[in-house]
Design a protein around this ligand. Structure first.
Ligand code: AMP
Ligand code: GLY
Length: 443
């Protein structure tokens, strides 16, 4: 079969590497793809949120399955558009994607169906949000309702920062329409983990748990990013806790969407806080995580295409994939300045030397090809991923591979694979109210 993968980041490169191994796949296309994806797929420089262009492309290329990487095409209704034209698409419908595209919607679903999450209130206007925050206890978390590229969440240590967050979101329109409503919620303490589950709306196939590193700098300092690294498995989510997450969060959310009339198909990603009182859902994403997917799929020993096709044909229950028991660690190499302004167009050297290492895969994110060379083209450039007998060995191997790769301004965290306490965790014990200043909110 002919497959079209939408997106052009490290996640999509990991998906495409797996799909390229499948005996079911005769041709791979990507839109827009990137410099690394071009090795395995024919890249078409087109915008995946342009539904008409995507349907035309899929029809012209006789594509029988479209796999959607990022959230934006899902939010735009890409899956609905493909299915209207009889083309199978892996991912949720526009309405089911609301679990990610509207935090207000997700929180209300969680409350309605008893899914454990932080206590919250929704505000439609700045004065009522500000009045509520003037009386609140701290820390609190302020979230813009809509998609904000991972930047719409503000963990606020005190009333001043919370007020600034609401003003920026609702009055300053920092995230545009996404900030028409805000969610103000209880700040949860614990270790974070991500659990992704593939579902056809009924059967649920959980993927090995992962941990990602959202902050730009070592020890979880600096601004939030799209993700600076990941590892899998995540020991914080032991088998018993994972079962609890599946039973209390993942399965209820999938059933809730069916009952709401928007059955969910694709990947449901649960962002979790493992609190002392049990696991809580921080958020849902409706797609594979980036860079968790790079770590998780590096461990897949079965046919990914078979899993995706079975999902679209509603027979996921018949699929049982095999996983490498060895852990994987993915280190993101970024351009200097990321997540702020970066300069691009710098040649990347040493890719072949890194890829030549056993159990190493270098997934491209912000790269492009020019005159046979690979140039940087974005903030996150590569996801350098390694397997090892244990996580420490995987981590060392990934860093050894990073050292073989050179481009101007290359920067990466040095602590990926180590267990870090998380941005606010170190300060609670010292008493949050009188405690030391904490990391600035996401901006
Ligand atoms: P989200 O995009 O909702 O996953 O939020 C991004 C990050 O903000 C999470 O990974 C957490 O580190 C933090 N966060 C979100 N909600 C909460 C919460 N209720 N309590 C503590 N931290 C949170
Ligand atoms: N790594 C978090 C995400 O994909 O949104």
């Amino acid at each position: 079969m002919r497959l079209l993968v939408l997106g052009g980041g490290g996640r999509e490169h990991a998906l495409i590497r797996c799909l390229a191994r499948s005996p079911l796949v005769s041709a791979l296309l990507a839109a827009p793809g990137n410099g690394g994806i071009a090795d395995q797929a024919h890249c078409v420089n087109a915008d995946p949120t342009d539904l008409e262009a995507m349907v035309d492309l899929a029809r012209a290329e006789a594509v029988s399955l479209v796999v959607v990487g990022p959230e934006a095409p899902l939010a735009a209704g890409l899956v609905d558009a493909m299915e209207e034209h009889g083309i199978a698409a892996f991912g949720p419908s526009r309405r089911a994607a609301r679990l990610e595209t509207s935090k207000v919607y997700a929180k209300r679903v969680m409350r309605k169906y008893g899914i454990p999450t932080a206590d919250f209130r929704v505000f439609d206007d700045a004065p009522s949000a500000l009045a509520h925050l003037a009386d609140a206890t701290y820390p609190r978390v302020v979230k813009a309702d809509g998609l904000a590229g991972g930047k719409g969440v503000y963990v606020c240590p005190d009333a001043l920062s919370a007020r600034e967050a609401v003003e920026a979101i609702m009055l300053g329109r920092r995230h545009g329409e996404a900030g028409r409503q805000v969610v103000v919620e209880e700040c949860l303490m614990g270790e974070e983990a991500s659990l992704m589950a593939v579902t056809d709306g009924e059967a649920v196939l959980t993927l090995p748990a992962a941990r990602d590193y959202k902050r730009a700098l070592d020890d979880d300092r600096g601004p939030n990013t799209g993700g600076m690294g990941a590892y899998s498995p995540a020991e914080a989510l032991d088998a018993r806790t994972e079962q609890e997450v599946v039973r209390t969060i993942v399965v209820p959310a999938i059933h809730a969407m069916s009952r709401e009339g928007h059955p969910f198909k694709g990947v449901l990603y649960a962002g979790l806080m493992l609190t002392r009182a049990g696991p809580r859902a921080l958020e849902f994403n409706v797609r594979f995580g980036d860079p968790e997917t790079q770590a998780v799929l590096s461990r897949l020993r079965s046919d990914l295409a078979e899993i995706l096709v079975a999902t679209c044909e509603h027979r996921l229950g018949s699929v049982e994939p095999a996983w490498d028991t060895r852990p994987a660690v993915c280190v993101v190499m970024a351009s200097q300045g990321y997540p702020g302004e970066v300069s691009t167009g710098h040649p990347v050297e040493g890719l072949a030397e890194a890829e030549a290492m056993a159990d190493v895969a270098v997934y491209h994110a912000g790269t492009r090809r020019a005159d046979g060379r690979i140039l940087t083209s974005g903030g996150r450039v590569l996801g350098v991923t390694a397997l090892g007998e244990d996580r420490d060995l995987a981590r060392r191997r990934a860093y050894e591979a990073c050292e073989r790769i050179h481009f101007e301004g290359a920067s990466y965290r040095r602590d990926v694979g180590l267990r870090t306490p998380g941005p606010l965790q170190g300060t609670r014990r010292g008493g949050i109210r009188g405690g030391p200043p904490r990391a600035p909110p996401k901006a």
